[in-house]
Write a protein that binds this ligand. Structure first.
Ligand code: URA
Length: 233
């Protein structure tokens, strides 16, 4: 319902409507001259606009040392600004650094299959990482890098307001949940997290090395599907 309304408002926005009001006099208002839009305070801000504003705040980020360590571009996040389901990985790898989109390499292709296995597409969900720049040699992100970058992920989460966040792998799960518990203890459990349910599962790169673990990820994804369908007891 809310989603329909959002889609509706976004459609109107694309048509150039800059707000809606219920008062009768507003319906007979005169059109602003072209170029005068900036003088109007928008009456609603879509998630898409809010995500764009967060990206603009990031700018050509130099907040941590990764910008000096060979990153080609910031890998912000991709997908549906109103997604019910969000995936959070660790950090961009080489392919993502080149293409500017999270999870586009081999692990990403497996993630796409995982998403499709529960009847969704990449365009239905939102995909991001704990940090937005590639660490050199694919090393783990360092605490100072996470500290600088994480607030932007939090803003993305709070804008999208997903019902379920799947933390992909040990690093994302531990860093979002502020725990050192091993992924083997975290996966299969559900955590309350920023108005969402956070479910840790194995990273697709781990599944490429350990295909037998796909069975557990499939169990996790069936649970995700059930929660999204409102069958969450
Ligand atoms: N691994 C991640 O954690 N994130 C990506 O975007 C790609 C690989």
């Amino acid at each position: 319902m809310i989603k329909d309304l959002n889609a509706h408002l976004e459609f109107f926005e694309e048509l150039g409507v800059d707000g809606v009001r219920r008062e009768a006099e507003w319906r007979s208002r005169t059109q602003p001259a072209s170029g005068a839009h900036d003088q109007h305070v928008p009456l609603f801000t879509s998630s898409a606009q809010a995500l764009k504003a967060i990206r603009e705040d990031l700018g050509d980020c130099t907040r941590c040392k990764l910008h000096t360590l060979g990153r080609r571009q910031i890998v912000y996040g991709v997908g549906n600004p109103n997604a019910d389901l969000m995936f959070v990985g660790e950090a961009p790898g080489a392919d993502e650094d080149i293409q500017g989109e999270p999870f586009v390499g081999r692990a990403g292709q497996l993630l796409t299959k995982i998403i499709e296995a529960i009847g969704l597409t990449r365009a239905d969900v939102y995909i991001a990482n704990v940090i937005k720049c590639r660490p050199p040699g694919n090393r783990n992100p360092e605490p100072d890098e996470v500290e600088q970058c994480e607030p932007f992920l939090f803003r993305q989460i709070d804008t999208i307001k997903p019902k379920v966040i799947v933390a992909l792998g040990k690093f994302a799960a531990q860093s979002l949940l502020r725990t050192n518990d091993p992924i083997t203890r975290l996966r299969g459990r559900e955590f309350k997290y920023r108005d969402a349910i956070l479910m840790p599962t194995y990273h697709p790169a781990y599944l490429l090395r350990t295909p037998s673990a796909k069975r557990e990820v499939w169990e996790d994804m069936k649970r995700v599907r059930a929660i999204l369908a409102g069958d969450d007891d």
